[in-house]
Design a binder for this molecule. Structure first.
Ligand code: 13P
Length: 289
């Protein structure tokens, strides 16, 4: 099977993007996997620090590995938005395929130092084990919560978007494999409308930084904006809030209609189907299908 790095390179060459979808439990994993498999596409499962704590670090690795090995399927596990070296190390040691060190809130020099420390550790373990662990970092603020928001989070604006020369300096100083820029994207669904993305800025950052780019905060983004940015160098897109909302709403509807149902495999099944539907729709768009 190809490595995640090879799948990303392939997506880059084809002008498509790999979908990255977050989970908090086994049901969401089933929904995402069913969708990816039905379209025969590689897929990345993400767990943030909070999601990882709820699922269990080793359990997350075991679930994804079981699918990958039993079905010989390209499904990968990413430690999404980890804020400390200890958190990153724990995920790497447990067997994650990639990690995101998110140190955007630190002063720049400290962000660089922490990110570099994570890259060095990933390289050391990759060398020792023969794995190819990827490290991603974020540059530029895009908010923090995968939830439904009334308005664009404070601190996100066109002025705070990532600058191409900053992206280049950061990648040169840290050696990260992937970069998540701020290009108009925000975490969460903004009820009054998500901001528009800036494909031209994506292109400039991709050229300057020289590494594949990852679009975070995919939920609520307009289809045309996705397509334009994927064409300019976005190779992975993250979706979380849309999955959370679909899962919650489907289960809520089922339980409202069937208040006496107590079998979790029955009342959670509509949640799995709802996740599958969202993921399929997004994967088709990201892969020009
Ligand atoms: P959304 O919740 O906006 O889809 O963002 C998800 C994300 O970027 C996770 O890293």
């Amino acid at each position: 099977m190809k490595t995640l790095r090879e799948y990303i390179k392939e997506a880059d060459e084809k002008g498509v993007a790999i979908g990255h979808f977050n989970i908090s439990n086994l049901e969401a994993l089933h929904g995402i996997y069913n969708a990816a498999k039905s379209l025969d596409l590689p897929v990345i499962i993400g767990v943030s620090e909070g999601e990882e704590a709820f699922v269990g670090t080793e359990v997350a690795v075991a679930m994804v590995k079981a699918i990958r090995e039993t079905d010989n399927y390209p499904i990968f596990l990413n430690a999404d938005h980890h804020y400390s070296f200890e958190g990153v190390k724990k995920a790497i040691d447990a067997g994650f395929d990639s990690v995101i060190i998110d140190a955007v809130k630190l002063p720049y020099e400290e962000n660089v130092a922490l990110t570099k420390k994570c890259v060095d550790y990933a390289r050391e373990i990759s060398e020792k084990t023969g794995r190819d662990i990827l490290v991603e970092a974020e540059l530029g603020f895009i908010g923090q919560s995968s939830k439904v928001l009334d308005e664009v989070p404070e601190g996100v604006s066109e002025e705070t978007m990532t600058k191409p020369e900053e992206a280049k300096a950061f990648v040169d100083a840290t050696g990260v494999d992937l970069l998540a820029p701020s290009v108009g994207n925000v975490h969460g669904i903004v009820t009054s409308g998500n901001p528009r993305l800036h494909p031209e800025r994506v292109k400039q950052i991709r050229e300057a930084a020289g590494v594949p780019l990852v679009l975070h905060g995919g939920s609520g983004t307009m289809d045309d904006d996705f397509v334009a940015c994927i064409g300019e160098g976005i190779d992975i897109v993250h979706i979380n809030t849309e999955i959370r909302v679909a899962y919650r709403d489907a289960i809520k509807k089922f339980l409202n209609e069937n208040p006496n149902e107590v079998a979790p495999y029955k009342f959670l099944a509509p949640g799995v189907e709802a996740v599958e539907e969202v993921v399929k729709k997004r994967l088709k768009l990201f892969n020009k299908m």
